[in-house]
Design a protein around this ligand. Structure first.
Ligand SMILES: [Ca+2]
Ligand SMILES: [Ca+2]
Length: 272
């Protein structure tokens, strides 16, 4: 019998139960093995993006180290609410947490089922606005349909746009983004309060020790700017699990293709 030989890279997408501090220093993540995406620039060179996830009783946590030659930022939202955060250097976090969405008028149709419009339940965009202002935007949630925040659109519930990541009022999350122009590295550290992801929190509260909860999750990395900037890279593509037909990543126009991330059916294991 002939022997077969080969090599394959294995990545483990998991989120252990662990508390981290959102201070822009990722030393508290070192015991978590990252996943990585290899971004390909237009000149053929590559950039490495590393991401880690964790959770505790209060927050979902996400951290990333993004190799990026040139930082491209919007003005802070307060100064220009018309700018789209996903068009500049940014990270998108996409969750599929519900079997059905309230706005899915075709739910229950055997020929339809969960396919196009229902793939995404929560979408967040993290970015570093100019003057070192980190922003964490809500881009979609159950009930917001596929609208994108624009100042002249009618308000939605929950509202789109920046979350309250400050220390006054009801905090919805935390974010710290550190840009290092010497190392050409951008570091993101993000926490999303469970009040923003209640159905995922409910499932995690039932997770017993040493068990795993499979959640459909993906992230994307935008390297904006002039060539050789990478453009958009998707975890779904890196994982090799591409099924077209879903508007999963922003912007919600011209997407639904394998080349724009496709459906978020990549599994992420939450462990306890
Ligand atoms: Ca930290
Ligand atoms: Ca860039």
């Amino acid at each position: 019998m002939a022997q077969q030989q080969g090599q394959q890279s294995i990545q483990v997408a998991y989120a252990p139960y662990k508390t981290v501090t959102i201070d822009g220093d990722l030393s508290d993540w070192e015991d978590i093995i990252p996943v990585s995406i290899t971004g390909k620039a237009t000149d053929g060179t590559t950039r490495t993006y590393k991401a880690r996830m964790a959770w505790d009783d209060n927050y979902f946590y996400f951290a990333a180290e993004i190799a990026d030659d040139v930082q491209v930022s919007n003005l802070p939202f307060e100064q220009n609410p018309y700018a789209f955060p996903f068009n500049v250097d940014s990270i998108q976090l996409v969750f599929d947490t519900l079997d059905k969405k309230a706005e899915d008028l075709l739910a229950g149709d055997a020929h339809y089922e969960k396919a196009c419009a229902t793939s995404v339940d929560h979408l967040y965009v993290a970015t570093l606005a100019s003057n070192n202002v980190p922003e964490l935007h809500r881009q979609a949630a159950p009930g917001t349909n596929y609208q994108t925040f624009y100042p002249t659109n009618a308000p939605l519930n929950p509202p789109l746009g920046p979350l309250n990541t400050g220390t006054t009022g009801t905090q919805e999350g935390q974010i710290n983004v550190v840009r290092d122009n010497t190392k050409l590295l951008t570091t993101y550290e993000i926490a999303i309060a469970w009040s923003q992801l209640p159905e995922l929190q409910a499932r995690l509260q039932k997770l017993e020790q040493r068990n795993v909860l499979d959640v459909h999750f993906a992230f994307s990395v935008e390297d904006a700017g002039k060539a050789p900037a990478v453009g958009r890279s998707y975890w779904t593509n890196e994982a090799g699990i591409l099924e077209s037909g879903a508007y999963s990543f922003a912007p919600f126009w011209g997407t639904g293709l394998k080349s724009t991330g496709s459906r978020v059916i990549t599994r992420w294991g939450f462990t306890r």
